[in-house]
Write a protein that binds this ligand. Structure first.
Ligand code: AMP
Ligand code: FE
Ligand code: FE
Ligand code: ZN
Length: 286
């Protein structure tokens, strides 16, 4: 029996809806062996998740998800970073500051569009400092402006829509370097969402691998079996570790924890389990 895991989850420390402890409890109740908490631009939820994991007998790895500028943006996951590394903490703080600079600009855009929304409406949805568009989307639903969060993205918040405002992002190389400098392992998240064909992805991922990328999120709910197989081949050629992540953000928001595991489980190589074991052993120091 292969052991179920999920290396890409979000809690209310960023834009997920559950507390880290609730999220870990759900994962444990589903029988997961291991999980990683990968909030956007923060590791603030990791300690609580760790403690819940220790109580419930599930391995909880420390993680974070960074956004980087690339034809729009791509995402880099970082596992096992040294959370007391001053430079990495400063890096994360800068990313969150950029989020806080962007939020009032998106609110101003919405107000220009005739939507009566205030910063407090968003703050009610985001408890942490890593405010994001999903918090704004939830505020728009609560105010009755939109029927669903998806509608909020489709009408206002998605890239190219009228209330979208970008933020200053690091380059992918900078994101990978920041993770590595803090003794973490960098993984390219959901390569199927980068917007490149398989040939172009091969070139990009090979370049990232030379710059210290450690893994590739081969198994992701939105990836087809054929695409996952292609990404697995790319891992073999570049020496990257294939990982699986659901990108769950809480009940009722997209997919549940370990989504994709039923479909991809048989394709996951032993190497991935060994890598998780290694990360779990290393966790004392991070
Ligand atoms: P932000 O970090 O503020 O740029 O918001 C990005 C987050 O918003 C992602 O992690 C998803 O949770 C969500 N998101 C981004 N684009 C969409 C979309 N088109 N539809 C629904 N949710 C989205
Ligand atoms: Fe998110
Ligand atoms: Fe992502
Ligand atoms: Zn994510």
């Amino acid at each position: 029996m292969k052991r179920r895991f999920d290396l890409h989850t979000h809690s209310a420390a960023s834009d997920g809806t559950q507390t880290p402890a609730q999220l870990v409890a759900d994962c444990a109740a589903m029988g997961l062996w291991a999980m990683a908490l990968t909030d956007h631009d923060t590791v603030d939820g990791v300690e609580e998740a760790r403690q819940a994991g220790d109580r419930l007998g599930i391995i909880v790895l420390s993680g974070v998800e960074l956004s980087a500028a690339f034809a729009g943006e791509l995402h880099i996951l970082g596992y096992g970073v040294n959370r007391s590394d001053a430079a990495f903490c400063a890096f994360l703080r800068r990313q969150r500051e950029e989020r806080e600079l962007r939020m009032p600009r998106m609110i101003a855009r919405l107000r220009d569009l005739g939507v009566n929304i205030a910063r407090e409406d968003v703050d009610r949805e985001s408890r942490g400092e890593a405010s994001g568009r999903p918090h704004l989307a939830r505020a728009l639903v609560r105010l009755g402006v939109c029927g669903s969060e998806q509608e909020a993205f489709d009408r206002f918040l998605a890239r190219g829509k009228p209330a979208y405002v970008g933020r200053s992002l690091p380059s992918p190389r900078e994101a990978i370097s920041a993770i590595r400098a803090a003794d973490g392992r960098a993984v390219l998240a959901h390569p199927g969402c980068v917007g490149l064909g398989e040939r172009e992805l091969e070139a990009l991922v090979s370049d990232f691998a030379r710059r210290g990328l450690w893994g590739l999120e081969v198994f992701y709910p939105q990836h087809s079996d054929a695409f996952a197989r292609a990404m697995l081949g790319l891992c073999r050629r570049t020496g990257l570790v294939p990982t699986l992540g659901s990108d769950c953000h809480g009940p009722g928001r997209g997919v549940p924890p370990a989504a994709g595991w039923e479909r991809f489980g048989p394709m996951i190589p032993q190497e991935t389990y060994d890598a998780i074991d290694t990360l779990a052993i290393d966790r004392r120091s991070n």
